[in-house]
Design a protein around this ligand. Structure first.
Ligand code: FE2
Length: 292
């Protein structure tokens, strides 16, 4: 009968995978088991702490719904999401950098005509976004799609406002023959990640604030190019230097120019001050992304 001590247990667990047919799975699990055991040995985990961890992960799963992903939030706040993204999408040749998807992506936002107001009835200062989607060498990419979402001007996403609200401040915009896009939305403000669940409790216990700097999300894709999951951050926003999910990248900070009431770039007459932002996204060709 084999018996294991605190050292030999690790090799024994790994040895049980000798019949595993999936080489990559085996590699990942071998490393996971090794690090997990080393971690338990290093901190001399108590039984009480082990049970707390089990309860925490159970609650994290239970907090997930089709509109809330507490596990992604856990990964984001522990810096794992941005680490995976950084490893898989190295910044290169001035192409758009990736950042976290975040917990508020909602698949299936409608495609709207260029120039549409994505934030009809949404609180916040009106902002006109425009720019181009280009290849890495600067060719305009027609038929590129920007899948866009943001919170409102008070930092709330539609998903947080109740079942009946439906999709707000979301939409897909396609580029024209010159690779240009333009649309209207609002100027997003800083907001806290959800703090009413287990991840919020973890942040408080760590002595951390839960805030993300103001940003608008986009997944930019074009035929023959690697899509990029990214944000535009509002220049000057609070918390740019301490994003709770470590997603801030300098290259994604965009200037929001303020204008007095008057004629907007879309030709509409604005009775309130408004903002304009211009940003070009360069996409990597699919071939180099596979090699990266
Ligand atoms: Fe966000």
């Amino acid at each position: 009968m084999p018996e294991f001590d605190e050292k030999s247990i690790t090799a024994a667990v790994i040895a049980r995978m000798s019949e595993c047919k999936d080489a990559r799975f085996k590699q990942v699990m071998t490393s996971l088991i090794t690090h997990l055991h080393d971690f338990v040995r290093e901190v001399r985990l108590t039984e009480e702490e082990w049970m707390q961890a089990i309860q925490f992960l159970t609650e994290t799963g239970q907090a997930c719904t089709d509109r809330r992903q507490e596990f992604i939030l856990l990964s984001d706040t522990l810096g794992v999401s941005i680490l995976v993204i950084t490893l898989n999408h190295p910044a290169e040749n001035g192409t758009a950098e990736s950042t976290v998807l975040g917990p508020f992506y909602w698949e299936g936002a409608p495609e709207l005509p260029r120039g549409s107001n994505l934030a009809e009835g949404v609180k916040g200062e009106p902002t006109f976004y425009s720019g181009r989607v280009l290849s890495a060498d600067g060719r305009p990419l027609p038929d590129a799609v920007l899948d866009i979402w943001s919170g409102d001007g008070e930092g709330n996403y539609d998903m947080q406002l109740g079942e009946e609200v439906g999709m707000k401040a979301r939409g897909k915009i396609r580029t024209d023959e010159q690779g240009r896009y333009w649309f209207r939305s609002i100027r997003p403000t800083f907001y806290p990640v959800p703090t009413d669940g287990p991840v919020g409790r973890m942040l408080r216990k760590m002595g951390r604030h839960p805030y993300r700097p103001g940003h608008i999300h986009m997944i930019v894709s074009a035929p023959g190019h690697a899509s990029v999951t990214t944000h535009l951050f509002v220049a000057g926003s609070e918390y740019l230097d301490s994003d709770a999910v470590f997603g801030m990248k300098e290259s994604l900070v965009a200037r929001f120019d303020r204008h007095e009431p008057g004629v907007a770039p879309t030709g509409e007459r604005m009775t309130t001050p408004f903002y304009t932002v211009e940003y070009d996204f360069r996409l990597r060709p699919l071939t180099t992304s596979a090699a990266a």
